[in-house]
Write a protein that binds this ligand. Structure first.
Ligand SMILES: Cc1ncc(C[n+]2csc(CCOP(=O)(O)OP(=O)(O)O)c2C)c(N)n1
Ligand SMILES: [Mg+2]
Length: 613
């Protein structure tokens, strides 16, 4: 079978599979391996990411007859990112497994990222056998403490008879708590014979929140003169975009996305004003700064996501804040609020819309004026982006001049990002990495569909984008999948190109080749008098490396080739099932830094370091 037919065959299979396979009913005699695998089948698991290992081989042996495929990866960090991407796009569990000890420790970073993305990832961690614990045997590690901080629930199978029960609970809790859970299984507990019943998935009905808080919120909204809606990740997770749109339309209010949740409101909607936070939309920031009431739908208002940007300290400190979050511990945690609603974002939006129906709102009188103000800010920001072809700070101007004098052709990142934005296809899923150009991309990523934008969120780890988009593509093969990464972050993760190629999960990756660890270098520019340490990145051609891994590779060093290259790569992905890496040669210019808030000018007290200020 050619690569293309294999890929298409896989897609057909996915469509045909539809419902999960029939699962064993009632109390039955079975092995713990069977109980584990049957429970996963009952919970609809069809894909697991990981690397095989003796620790769980007895269970792995029967994955296929249970309708489960194990996607083998290059590195288990990639597997856990794939499970994250898979769950964020599908709304179902993402599952990851690794060999006890090193296969498990390799996952820690990615599970931390999934935790801050609220992804229902189940991390299966086979452990040293119970008779060896504490003896310092092979691949022994105490596997619960290392995930404690990054999981919502940790199940330890303390008796093989509890395998089905605890497997089911790990899956239930991942969805009900909205975050990763761990299922820790001593490797000898896969063996033996038990009497057990396979549990059924719990179906949690969260509801809209308490009627008192909903009424208070409705009353407050009715008095608002300039309400602004913040649409957050909770709207995406609750599949509540349409309901959030209806509520925003009733208010005629500007809608801004919470940081890195650009897919939480349709960008084509006239009330969409773009994302808050690092490298976000000035229109969003200027409009929210005028709000007297802010309605936050499904967001914890993470502190990094509302820091001043573009020189604008935009958070409206005197506004009344209504916050809706499914997690009660997030209400009022970071920002002072007037009303907290503990509920599902979609159900709460519906309940508020119902409570406003038939009421006259104070803001109704100024609907037209507010719409005009909103349009003016949106247009001003779009024009600014059109004209903002490159960075204008001294350092960037210096490196642009250097690039002009160098051999080769180097493109301005902002222009590249604008061209990519125009060329992104309908229904695209985009993952971004951590880096300077990837962060600047925030202003140029717009979506009409939820479950489309995947970023490393608050954990902020480099090496995120490629494996995550591979997981997303495995969940939604019919959608185009694009990863953005800087050359540094790409180096951490590019081995997973081999996973995409080997297992026919075609994706498109855009690598911004600016020959530096730019985001951190920006701090050396701003705070360390351009004393550069460890910032250089001299690399071979990433397109060439991609080709050596069996993918396609395109080098782009002309602006008018950016869009056509993306189009060509998407065609390869969607029509031929091919993975392609587009390497874009960029200047070394750098946008605003991540952590202006957290650095200060160096102070040196010892004589030998006197000049390092
Ligand atoms: C795993 C990890 N290591 C280190 C960092 C610190 N860090 C943040 S951005 C960055 C530089 C990224 O460079 P690159 O991917 O080339 O993107 P650029 O900034 O050049 O656009 C580094 C090292 C991090 N966030 N994550
Ligand atoms: Mg770089």
């Amino acid at each position: 079978m050619s690569q293309t037919t294999q890929f298409l065959a896989h897609v057909d299979l996915e469509e045909e599979q539809g419902q999960p396979a029939e699962v064993t009913q009632g109390v039955r005699r079975m092995t713990p391996s069977e109980a584990f695998v049957e429970t996963m089948a009952a919970y609809g698991v069809r894909d697991i990411f990981g690397i095989m290992g003796s620790a769980f081989m007895d269970a792995m042996d029967i994955f296929a007859p249970a309708g489960i495929r194990l996607v083998p990866v290059v590195h288990e960090q990639g597997a856990a990112h794939m499970a994250d991407g898979y769950s964020r796009v599908s709304g179902r569990h993402g599952v990851v497994v690794g060999q006890n000890g090193p296969g498990v420790t390799n996952c820690v970073t990615a599970i931390a990222a999934a935790y801050w993305a609220h992804s229902p990832v189940v991390m299966i961690t086979p452990e040293t056998g119970t008779m060896g614990v504490g003896l310092g045997g092979f691949q022994e590690a105490n596997q619960l403490p290392m995930f404690e901080e990054f999981t919502k629930y940790q199940a330890h199978v303390n008796n093989p008879k509890r395998m089905a029960e605890l497997t089911g609970r790990a899956f239930d809790r991942a969805l009900s708590e909205m975050g990763p859970t761990q299922l820790n299984i001593p490797r000898d507990y896969f063996y033996g014979e038990i009497e057990t019943e396979i549990p059924q998935p719990m179906d949690l009905d969260r509801g809209p929140g308490g009627s008192r808080s909903l009424q208070e919120a409705a009353d407050l909204l009715a008095t608002a003169r300039f309400p602004v809606v913040v649409s957050g990740g909770g709207v995406v997770m609750a599949d509540g975009v349409a309901e959030c749109v209806a509520l925003a339309e009733r208010l005629g209010a500007p809608v801004v996305n919470s940081y890195l949740h650009n897919d939480s409101f349709p960008a084509s909607h006239p009330q969409w004003c773009g994302p808050l936070g690092y490298q976000g939309s000035k229109a969003a920031m200027k409009l929210i700064s005028q709000a007297d009431v802010v309605l936050v739908v499904g967001s914890r208002l993470g502190p990094f996501g509302t820091l001043p940007q573009h020189g604008l300290d935009y958070w409206p400190k005197d506004a009344a804040i209504i916050q809706i979050d499914a997690d009660r511990t997030m209400l009022g945690l970071v920002k002072k609020i007037s009303v907290g609603i503990c509920g599902d974002a979609r159900d709460a939006a519906v309940a508020l819309t119902d409570r406003l129906a038939g009421r006259v709102l104070a803001c109704d009188a100024t609907r037209e004026e507010r719409a005009a103000a909103m349009r003016a800010e949106q247009q001003a920001w779009e024009s600014e982006l059109d004209e903002w072809t490159h960075e204008l700070d001294d350092y960037s101007l210096d490196v642009i001049a250097e690039a002009d004098a160098e051999e080769g052709s180097w493109l301005h990142p902002r222009q590249v990002l604008r061209e990519l934005e125009k060329a992104l296809p309908a229904r695209v899923m985009v993952s971004t990495d951590i880096g300077n150009i990837n962060s600047v991309a925030n202003s140029y990523l717009r979506f009409d569909e939820p479950r489309s934008f995947l970023a490393p969120m608050s954990f902020g780890n480099c090496g995120y984008a490629l494996p995550t988009i591979i997981g997303a593509k495995a969940a939604a093969p019919e959608r185009p999948a694009v990863a953005y990464a800087g050359d540094g972050a790409w180096g951490m993760s590019m081995g997973e190109v081999m996973t995409a190629v080997r297992h026919d999960i075609p994706v498109t990756a855009v690598v911004f080749h600016n020959r530096q660890w730019g985001a951190e270098k920006k701090n050396q520019v701003d705070f360390y008098d351009r004393r550069f340490v460890a910032e250089e990145l001299v690399s071979e051609s990433f397109a060439g490396i991609a080709r050596a891994m069996g993918a396609e590779g395109i080098v782009v060093d002309q602006l008018d080739q950016v869009g056509p290259a993306l189009q060509q790569a998407i065609d390869m992905q969607m029509l031929q099932g091919k993975t392609c890496v587009i390497e874009i040669m960029c200047t070394r210019e750098l946008g605003d830094p991540f952590r202006k808030d957290a650095l200060s000018k160096p102070v040196r007290l010892l004589e030998k370091y006197r000049d390092y200020v």
